[in-house]
Design a protein around this ligand. Structure first.
Ligand code: ADP
Ligand code: MG
Length: 647
């Protein structure tokens, strides 16, 4: 059986509507162990034929058999496997990767075979040493002569065994001395049993082969033997393909792809850093915004709590926009008492307020005075921390007071108990019977000390008015705030004979605050998302540039056997690495920003929670995957031969 067999093979190129027949009616058989030279003038079709032989290109007519197997039916990855296992390529322009040392360049084909790093390196060193390059192992291509570079590329061709070596004008760029060395090496390989196909336009070079096939205008015009004997088939050809399991092989290839990706990022560190910036800002703003949202939420919840659950506030007048509101007198303590009788009501408290001087012993401060009933402390959720509520319930003008924490601190410090002491409020002496804690929410926004007294005392001893500026009501749990509000309105309207009051509903306020804060955080999150989108597009852009710059490298990797998935992985990991690094920097900066807002005390604290951080990290990965996919796909779709020959 022939190693290679071409039957009626043709290859045409269509360029701008014009079809060029690069090859036609090619019939050729090559036996195992032959050394064949393909000779012909420039443009005669030698390279095209060589590329088809090496499964880098497909014929447009006829069949190509490799060891009896028709390769025209094979897919990209199967072809890649053939190249990886059976072929070694040597190109006129070497196609070494400039950023890699000689050893690393030679290793490349074995990476895609899943060979471990130590075995790869050992073999690469041995091959380079055999080719007389033992003192150039760690040189980069740029630091070597053309002849040395070509020997590195021969070593690379042998890396996976190099059963069939395809050399396209291997000496075309070399001086005569280097040419002789390279030809010597090829002859040695032939003697060792490798099958060699060498393309040249130089009859002097072709003479070194055993068989010379001449091509003219895409057709074989002569096929003659130089030497009668064919070297014995190669024995003990190295099959370097370790029988590594799929997973081991995949992990090795992935870690190699990651190594390549990081090297590429490091090689263009400034460009990478600038690209990173977009992601850093994007992730930081998303986390900061989520953090602000959570900080804001805490404040809102606190505010809502101070309204009390299920509560309704009743005011005199027609609404907040009633200009005369301050002078309207319609609500009385009797209204409050009558409401308290209703079945749908849980509790009721009048609420009157005033400001004035509070005096204890010789100290005087400005304070807020609120006239309430005992029920108020339930409705507003203000539990006593010390003492008791008013002793006489709602209906007597008792000279009693309950003080807030600020009042207690102002007059009694931390050690002295206020209970039983006499506090003079606007000239009226009152006994302190109880104390409540810190006032939160809207009550707490007034920083002055606050004192709560029975509303009857307030009206008779301090304000002197029999009208109430507000009544607070808590609706029964079982009724619900909205229904309860309607019932309260109906009841009072009937009682007064007019709608001379208006209400506000804690649920409605809460709903509207929640809606506003939801809208606000949606808005902020979309700003963050847009920033991230812009950052992602920046990353994608840079990846596309990078792929264009590295088209030759991609072509070379594919030629030596990289699968489409290897190429995809390499670029996907590169994108992910950029976005994840950006994400980490973004998280760190967001923490910094959070600490800063805490230290300068912004109105809304930024709460950088685990929740926010995980959102940021997930975003970084998603952006990397989404914006990396298209460039990676584009790279993986390149045709090896086109990518190799692109300038
Ligand atoms: P050689 O290697 O013998 O110099 P080639 O095989 O490179 O010749 O080219 C043979 C012919 O095919 C030439 O006419 C060339 O212009 C044409 N050709 C080769 N590759 C392409 C291509 N990718 N697209 C269009 N025409 C091509
Ligand atoms: Mg050529």
């Amino acid at each position: 059986m022939y190693l290679v067999e071409l039957r009626d093979l043709g290859r045409s190129f269509t360029l701008g509507g014009e079809t060029v027949e690069a090859l036609s009616g090619i019939n050729l058989e090559i036996k195992r162990g032959e050394f064949v030279a393909l000779v012909g003038a420039s443009g005669s079709g030698k390279s095209t034929l060589m590329n088809i032989l090496g499964c880098l290109d497909a014929p447009t007519a006829g069949t190509s058999l490799l060891a009896g197997q028709d390769v025209s039916a094979l897919g990209q990855d199967a072809l890649a496997e053939l190249r990886r296992r059976h072929f070694g390529f040597v190109f006129q322009r070497y196609h070494l990767l400039n950023s890699l040392s000689a050893v690393s360049n030679v290793e490349v084909p074995a990476i895609y075979n899943g060979v471990s790093k130590s075995r790869r390196q050992a073999r690469a060193r041995r091959l380079l040493t055999q080719l007389g390059l033992e003192d150039r192992l760690h040189h980069r291509p740029m630091e070597m002569s053309g002849g040395q570079q070509q020997r590195v590329s021969i070593a690379r061709a042998l890396m996976n065994g190099g059963e069939i070596i395809l050399a396209d004008e291997p000496t075309g760029s070399l001086d005569s001395k280097s040419e002789a060395i390279v030809l010597d090496h090829l002859k040695t390989l032939h003697v060792e049993g490798h099958t060699i196909v060498m393309v040249t336009h130089d009859m002097g070079v072709a003479r070194h082969a055993d068989r010379i096939v001449e091509i003219n205008d895409g057709q074989i015009v002569s096929d003659r033997r130089n030497v009668a004997t064919v070297a014995p088939p190669l024995r003990g050809l190295v099959d370097l393909a370790e029988k590594a399991g799929f997973l081991t092989s995949f992990l090795r290839r992935t870690s190699e792809a990651a190594r390549i990706a990081f090297r590429s990022i490091a090689a263009h560190w400034l460009r990478s850093a600038l690209t990173l910036l977009g992601i850093v800002v994007g992730i930081m703003s998303v986390i900061a915004v989520v953090g602000l949202g959570e900080g804001g939420q805490a404040i809102v919840l606190d505010q809502i709590k101070s309204f009390g659950a299920n509560s309704i506030n009743i005011f005199p007048g027609t609404g907040w926009d009633d200009r005369n509101r301050g002078n309207v007198d319609t609500l009385t303590p009797d209204d409050a008492a009558a409401l308290a009788e209703q079945s749908y009501i849980d509790s009721v408290s009048p609420l009157a307020w005033d400001t004035g001087q509070l005096m204890f012993e010789s100290r005087t401060v400005d304070g807020v005075i609120r006239g309430v009933s005992n029920a108020y402390f339930d409705i507003a959720q203000l539990p006593l921390t010390q003492g008791n509520r008013f002793t006489g319930g709602e209906n007597r003008a008792l000279q009693e007071a309950i003080i807030d924490n600020s009042t207690r601190r102002t007059f009694f410090g931390n050690s002295r108990s206020p209970i039983g002491e006499i506090l003079v409020v606007k000239g009226v002496p009152l006994v302190i019977v109880g104390a409540i804690g810190e006032l939160g929410g809207s009550l707490g926004q007034d920083e002055r000390p606050q004192v709560f007294i029975p509303h009857i005392s307030m009206m008779s001893r301090i304000s002197g008015s029999q009208w109430l500026p507000e009544i607070v009501v808590r609706i029964s749990e079982s009724v619900g705030t909205d229904v309860g509000e309607k019932a309260v309105i109906a009841f009072l309207e009937k009682r007064h004979g007019a709608r001379d009051f208006f209400t506000s509903n804690s649920d409605r306020i809460r709903r509207s605050i929640e809606k506003t804060s939801r809208t606000l955080s949606m808005l902020l999150v979309s700003v963050g998302a847009v920033t991230l989108l812009v950052g992602g597009i920046g990353v994608m852009n840079i990846m596309l540039v990078s792929i264009t710059e590295r088209t030759n490298e991609i072509g070379l990797r594919m030629a030596v056997g990289a699968r489409t998935s290897d190429i995809m992985l390499q670029f996907l990991i590169e994108t992910l690495a950029i976005t994840i690094m950006g994400g980490c920097a973004g998280v760190a900066l967001a923490f910094g920003l959070g600490a800063l807002t805490h230290s300068i005390g912004t109105p809304i604290p930024m709460v950088i929670s685990l929740h926010a951080v995980s959102i940021g990290c997930v975003m970084a990965v998603v952006v990397g995957a989404v914006f990396g996919f298209f460039p990676a796909k584009k790279a993986a779709r390149l045709k090896p031969i086109e990518a190799l020959s692109r300038d």
